[in-house]
Design a protein. Structure first.
Length: 158
């Protein structure tokens, strides 16, 4: 009887471990690195972009996403350099939908974007902010990252 109890507890513990690990993997199932370029225009006139940047994105199975943004913001005849590293925690909330929480944002290099422009135009990459994105893989292996407030990003996987 004692052997049966020990066996029953051992099987129960293993089952619990597998369930916890399976749930974790279900919630944090992304593992890729990709890069893309984005140009965003504030008007339909002229060829000068408002935002022009490249980004490198890495998602890990630990539930973290690391984003490096480098480029320019054009505002009132001024050009500001943006160089930022953003660390997100992410969790899966739908079949291809993920909730990202910005944990830290670090200006690096020559980043000189004023605080008021950061608040006005870069709110989704501020510490504490949340965003929901949809991530899908193309037949080529590249990833499409989309959200409700920005462009679709086709991210070339490395």
């Amino acid at each position: 009887m004692k052997k049966f109890t020990i066996l029953f507890i051992s099987v129960g513990a293993l089952l619990a471990i597998f369930l916890v690990l399976g749930y974790w993997h279900f919630q944090h199932n992304l593992s890729f690195t990709c890069s893309s370029s984005t140009a965003s225009f504030s008007t339909h006139e002229g060829n000068s972009p408002f935002l022009n940047f490249t980004q490198n994105v890495t998602f890990t199975l630990k539930g973290e996403a690391l984003v490096n943004i480098s480029g320019e913001i054009h505002n009132k005849n001024n050009i500001y350099t943006i160089n930022r590293t953003i660390i997100y925690n992410y969790v899966r909330i739908g079949s291809a939908d993920y909730k990202l929480h910005a944990i830290s944002v670090t200006p690096t290099g020559t980043d000189d974007v004023p605080a008021e422009l950061t608040r006005k135009y870069l709110g989704q990459i501020q510490p504490g902010s949340y965003r929901v994105v949809n991530i899908r893989q193309l037949p080529s292996g590249d990833m499409v990252i989309s959200n409700t407030s920005g462009p679709y990003i086709v991210c070339a996987v490395h």
